[in-house]
Design a protein around this ligand. Structure first.
Ligand code: PEP
Ligand code: MG
Length: 912
């Protein structure tokens, strides 16, 4: 083991058109490192550097600092030397110093979640050398100032100690600016910057007890270790957990030669996208700042300008700025640096064609030379994801299978969210406008602090600008509004990734965190006031605005249709009402996989008859009450059958424990006693009688139908009569009657007998017949194990993976919330098994169930109707098991259609 560790390559160099790694090595080099290597290989001008692998991060977590540094010391020394050779500079030299950046880079992009240190290698001596070399004192001292600030924050822990405190370095800077009566950082003189460096260092020593290291190597190791540590920082852990990324992935560390966008008017920096990340439109776009360093663009301190002329014109229109003002004050890069723009435009085209995906790039112009700092597949909204996939297919950049695989199924959810109702929007008052940073509609109550978002069910988080600390609040809020920052600000990028509506850079907002107010045009808005955001236009409205349901149209409809060409699994929906059934059908459901009949009993007019049935002390009394329920159930089923227009419909017999239907509060018990003309004592006694220690393992499911066959009789009659009634109207219906919670063949047999007898009775009465099937849920582990016996008598199986998971793990579905977050946090479980199928355990039972069932009856129809039916990974698993269909809630149907297509494509790729 030791020997293997010693010979393993841990550091990968790139630059000067060469590289040790390539784009396929994301797991080892992180996304950024792999792309830097690839870009270098294909001749894109990237500053030279090297990547310390993600495996070293994992080693560091086990071995600690000293042993890890020993493992990579030599390789790092060699690689630093190589950078110096390419750049013609020397790390640590007092006359010609090489300066470097140190950044994190996990295998997936985690914007702003981990740490970065720039200008590393500067100290009290090298700063003077840099001043001499560039002939620019101010630039050298500004770079040193930035280094001390970043190193102090990231490596030495100089961070605000409470949410009210601002960054300690910013505080010092503000103090100096106030003393000197200046507003902008750019107005600080060289002398001011020297004072800042001195004051910053002094503050670090005072707070941390340590001095800022002057030795560049000590600086480098400090920064590398800090990046490793940031993988386990609060922000990164939260982001990882939110996205389900495992802790053992680790982050790589990218060390690169510094290039400077802040060397004067011939320098600049920016971020750009090969297509529009919000809408998917095929237009090159992005933002830049002249004489600035990378973080200035995303931090939102200065408002960045648009790269393209088109973008700049669109921006001016939104900001209501005249063409003259636009050209003079906010010109595009295309206009002020045409040849650099041309080079950038060519590079972005090459990169998009090379990676065959929309790219998000960072660049720096140093003294008129363009450097590409990074490229990655751009984060995008659900709408952009679908449009880009379909457009690239039409452009023949990708094929049909690739277009389908480009869709992240759960992101389709964004397209299924409500949008503003156009008539309601017309009468709404716009109070301000910002940039349309992330599309969608959001209505909610204003809240100014991220950790207070939970105060309101529908909150709009309003900030001057956001930082990674705000992540959790952003996630919980319905929408995000910022006063500062452009289309590539933290708020904008993160919101788009989350698919959350966001408006950034709304300059008219004057926010006061202390008083929890914002002022727009002299009007004051308070915490709790309702506002609405249209993330697609940037309009901010006062009050609530009605929303309406989305529709399946345009590219969304096209990609759905394409998915149907590839998938072999059928998609059904779980629906308890005609309205739900219709939603599912409009989204493409090919039938109903589960109608939970009990939900129909909770409506006001029905619950009374249901309670009467439960309280009845004799079969006769129960039948009387059931007779009242029969017409209601029958008309519900007729509605559902008509909505599904002849496609398959599975209806499940009554399942939950009866205590769920009786009142538990005294006042309600009194009411019930009066209604039914019985004594309160009698009601109380019955409620007490229904009390169970483990109701989910108690008197429920087919156990109800076996103890009270008259319930099964009534439900069967309602189903069969409804089917006959609609068939007389021309809707041919073959209902599938499903027995819940079967664990023995005798249980199934007993219920089937009641169902068949009742059906025969109805046929005789009506002098007609309809076809029907009788099948069962497989949701008790024992049912999966005796699936061969059941398949002899049942005509279909539907896996109830909610109960199957509950009973396999022994975790109560209703109580798991108490320990599940801790289990996930401590890595005891990798994922919540109620959300995604546990393929090892529950999945094995399913495999046995399918296998044994099909051994006896190869044509047995098998599906799934637990919540997992809408989860992409579980759908892929169901596809592998050879099921016929998955059934999920109506709004998940499009997600299931795409997931099923992806599962089929992957399966085909594996088999070929
Ligand atoms: C199941 O158990 O997976 C199921 C679909 O039934 P219910 O959720 O109603 O118990
Ligand atoms: Mg169940």
């Amino acid at each position: 083991m030791e020997v293997i560790q010693e010979i393993k390559k841990r550091v990968y160099s790139f630059g000067d058109r060469e590289a040790d790694g390539n784009a396929t090595m994301k797991n080892l080099l992180g996304g950024k490192g792999a792309n830097l290597a690839e870009m270098s290989k294909i001749g894109i001008p990237v500053p030279p550097g090297f990547t310390i692998t993600t495996e070293v991060c994992t080693e560091y977590n086990k071995l600690g600092q000293e042993a890890t540094v020993n493992l990579i010391r030599e390789e790092v020394r060699e690689s630093v030397k190589r950078i110096g050779e390419i750049m013609g500079a020397d790390f640590g030299s007092s006359s010609n110093p090489l300066l470097i950046s140190v950044r994190s880079g996990a295998r997936v992009s985690m914007p702003g979640m981990m740490d970065t240190v720039l200008n590393l290698g500067l100290n009290d001596v090298t700063v003077e050398a840099l001043a001499k070399l560039t002939g620019n004192d101010r630039f050298a001292w500004d770079s040193y100032r930035r280094f001390v600030q970043m190193y102090g924050g990231v490596v030495m822990g100089m961070k605000p100690e409470s949410k009210e405190e601002i960054d300690p370095f910013e505080a010092i800077m503000e103090e100096i600016k106030e003393d000197k009566g200046i507003e902008l950082d750019t107005d600080l003189t060289t002398e001011d910057l020297k004072t800042l460096v001195f004051r910053f260092k002094e503050a670090i020593t005072k707070r941390t007890g340590n001095t800022l290291p002057q030795d560049p190597w000590e600086q480098l190791w400090g920064a590398v270790i800090a990046v490793f540590n940031s993988w386990n920082g609060d922000r990164a852990v939260y982001y990882r957990t939110m996205n389900g990324y495992p802790a053992d992935w680790g982050t790589a560390v990218n060390v690169q030669a510094m290039v400077y966008g802040n060397m004067g008017e011939n320098s600049g920096t920016g971020v750009c996208f090969t297509r529009d990340a919000g809408t998917g439109e095929n237009v090159f776009n992005g933002e830049y700042l002249i004489n600035a360093q990378g973080e200035d663009v995303v931090a939102g301190v200065r408002t960045p300008q648009q790269i393209t002329k088109l973008g700049s014109e669109r921006w001016a229109e939104l900001a209501q700025v005249t063409e003259e003002v636009r050209r003079e004050t906010y010109p595009s890069l295309e206009e002020i640096m045409p040849s650099i723009y041309k080079e950038l435009f060519e590079i972005q085209r090459r990169l998009e064609i090379h990676y065959r995906n929309m790219q998000d790039m960072e660049f720096t112009i140093q003294n008129g030379k363009l450097w590409i700092l990074q490229t990655r597949d751009g984060k995008r909204t659900g709408a952009a994801m679908v449009k880009i996939a379909m457009d690239m297919l039409k452009e023949r950049l990708i094929n049909e299978q690739e277009a389908l695989l480009r869709v992240e199924p759960v992101k389709l959810d964004e397209l299924l969210h409500p949008i503003f109702d156009l008539t309601a929007l017309k009468s709404a008052t716009a109070i301000a406008q910002g940039l349309p940073a992330s599309p969608g509609a959001a209505t909610g109550q204003i809240v100014f602090h991220s950790d207070e978002v939970e105060k309101f069910k529908h909150a709009i988080l309003v900030r001057v600008e956001t930082s990674p600390e705000d992540l959790e609040g952003m996630h919980r809020a319905k929408g995000i509004l910022t006063a500062r920052g452009g289309m590539t600000s933290h708020a904008a990028v993160v919101a788009r990734g989350m698919g959350k509506c966001c408006i950034s850079g709304a300059g008219a907002l004057k926010i006061n965190y202390k008083t929890r107010t914002m002022v727009i045009d002299g009007r004051e808005f308070h915490e709790g006031d309702w506002i609405s955001l249209n993330g697609s236009t940037g309009n901010i409205y006062e009050g609530k605005i009605a929303t309406k349901e989305p529709e399946l149209t345009g590219e969304f409809a096209e990609i759905m249709k394409l998915s149907d060409k590839y998938r072999t699994l059928k998609i059904r929906t779980n629906a308890d009402t005609p309205a739900d059934a219709l939603v599912g059908r409009n989204f493409g459901a090919q039938g109903i996989g589960l109608t939970r009949t009990e939900h129909m009993f909770f409506e006001v007019d029905r619950i009374k008859a249901m309670r009467e049935m439960i309280l009845a002390s004799s079969t006769k009394g129960r039948k009387r009450a059931l007779d009242k329920l029969l017409p209601m159930q029958r008309s519900d089923f007729e509605g559902i059958f008509e909505a599904m227009d002849g496609t398959a419909v599975t209806i499940r017999l009554l399942d939950p424990p009866l205590h769920e239907f009786v009142p538990h509060q005294l006042a309600h018990q009194k009411e019930l006693a009066e209604d039914l003309h019985v004594s309160l004592e009698m009601v109380k006694a019955k409620v007490a009688d229904l009390e169970e220690f483990n109701p989910m393992l108690g008197h429920r499911g087919c156990r109800l139908g076996i103890t009270y066959p008259e319930i099964t009789e009534m439900q069967t009659r309602a189903i069969i009569e409804a089917a006959i009634n609609v068939s007389e109207k021309g809707v041919q219906m073959k209902p599938e009657i499903m027995v819940p919670l079967v664990g023995t063949i005798e249980e199934f047999r007993a219920q089937k007998e009641v169902i068949d007898k009742t059906a025969e009775l109805v046929f005789a009465e009506r002098n007609t017949k309809v076809e029907y099937k009788v099948g069962t849920m497989i949701e008790i582990p024992r049912a999966a194990l005796i699936a061969d016996q059941i398949a002899n008598e049942a005509q279909f199986f539907s896996f109830g993976t909610n109960d199957l998971t509950q009973m396999t793990y022994g975790y109560s579905r209703d109580d798991a919330g108490k320990f599940m977050p801790i289990y996930l946090d401590k890595n005891i479980l990798k994922a919540d098994p109620f959300e995604t199928i546990d393929q090892k355990g529950v999945g094995t039972l399913m495999r046995i169930g399918v296998g044994r069932g099909r051994e006896v009856n190869p044509w047995l129809k098998i599906g799934i109707c637990g919540e997992h039916g809408g989860d992409p990974a579980s759908i892929e698993f169901c596809n592998q098991l050879g099921m016929d269909y998955v059934s999920c809630s109506p709004f998940r149907v499009p997600i299931a259609r795409i997931s099923a297509a992806q599962a089929a494509i992957k399966a085909q790729a594996r088999n070929s």
